[in-house]
Design a protein around this ligand. Structure first.
Ligand code: HEM
Length: 189
């Protein structure tokens, strides 16, 4: 995966758990400082080793680390560097999810050789939908849960997401989630 993913994992660990914890995780993962160049594509095994090392050093399931990372990715990494891009593709969480393939594709003009996931949205009504996630990779289903929580906060909505099913497909993963949302009250009281 792209180095910007590794870099975001590093930023998250440093800011949420401190420099010392990061040093332990880096050692445990076997990655080195050359593996954090944003615009270089690396073998997926590095990202998986980083998540595995977070899990063992923090003593938390890998699924929880991926969820925490998904939230961080949207609320810190993407908000800082791509906030305007996200708002131009979607004015709310469901709207952005519907345009996510286009947005990942647009980015691919600068990121050659990357393999983003595929999302489709079935709208049930204005406040609920089914989200279909397909990846060539396995194990990232919990990452999507964190990403969607992050999107809810980014757009100031209360979003719930529940996993309905997950299955292997073409050597990768296909997961279906049920989402609901409501606007957050912005007025005090
Ligand atoms: C503007 C903000 C975003 C940027 C710049 C971005 C960019 C990227 C990049 C570079 C990758 C690595 C792909 C690779 O190296 O093959 C990736 C992966 C991924 N992105 Fe995004 N992304 C953004 C927002 C989002 C959002 C909002 C979601 C979901 C709600 C999302 C879902 C994913 C997932 C699940 C992956 C993991 C790859 C996989 O599932 O196979 N991204 N993205």
């Amino acid at each position: 995966m792209y180095g910007m993913i590794h870099k975001a994992i590093r930023d998250m660990v440093k800011s949420n758990h401190g420099e010392e914890t990061w040093a332990k995780i880096l050692k445990e993962s076997g990655a080195d400082d050359a593996d954090f160049l944003s615009l270089r594509s690396y073998d997926d095994s590095i990202a998986y080793s980083l998540v595995g090392a977070c899990s063992s050093v923090l003593g938390a399931p890998a699924e929880d680390c991926l969820e925490e990372f998904g939230r961080y990715w949207v609320l810190v990494t993407a908000s800082q560097d791509y906030g305007d891009l996200m708002r131009s593709y979607g004015k709310d969480s469901f709207g952005l999810l519907e345009k996510l393939n286009e947005m990942h594709e647009r980015i691919s003009s600068t990121f050659t050789g990357y393999k983003p996931p595929n999302f489709t949205v079935d709208r049930l009504d204005d406040s609920s939908c089914k989200l279909h996630y397909r990846s060539i990779r396995k194990g990232l289903t919990p990452f999507v849960i964190g990403l969607v929580h992050g999107l809810g906060e980014f757009y100031n909505e209360n979003v719930t997401i529940n996993l309905e099913s997950t299955a292997e497909e073409n050597g990768g993963e296909y997961s279906v989630y049920n989402l609901t949302r409501s606007a957050r009250s912005t007025e005090a009281g």
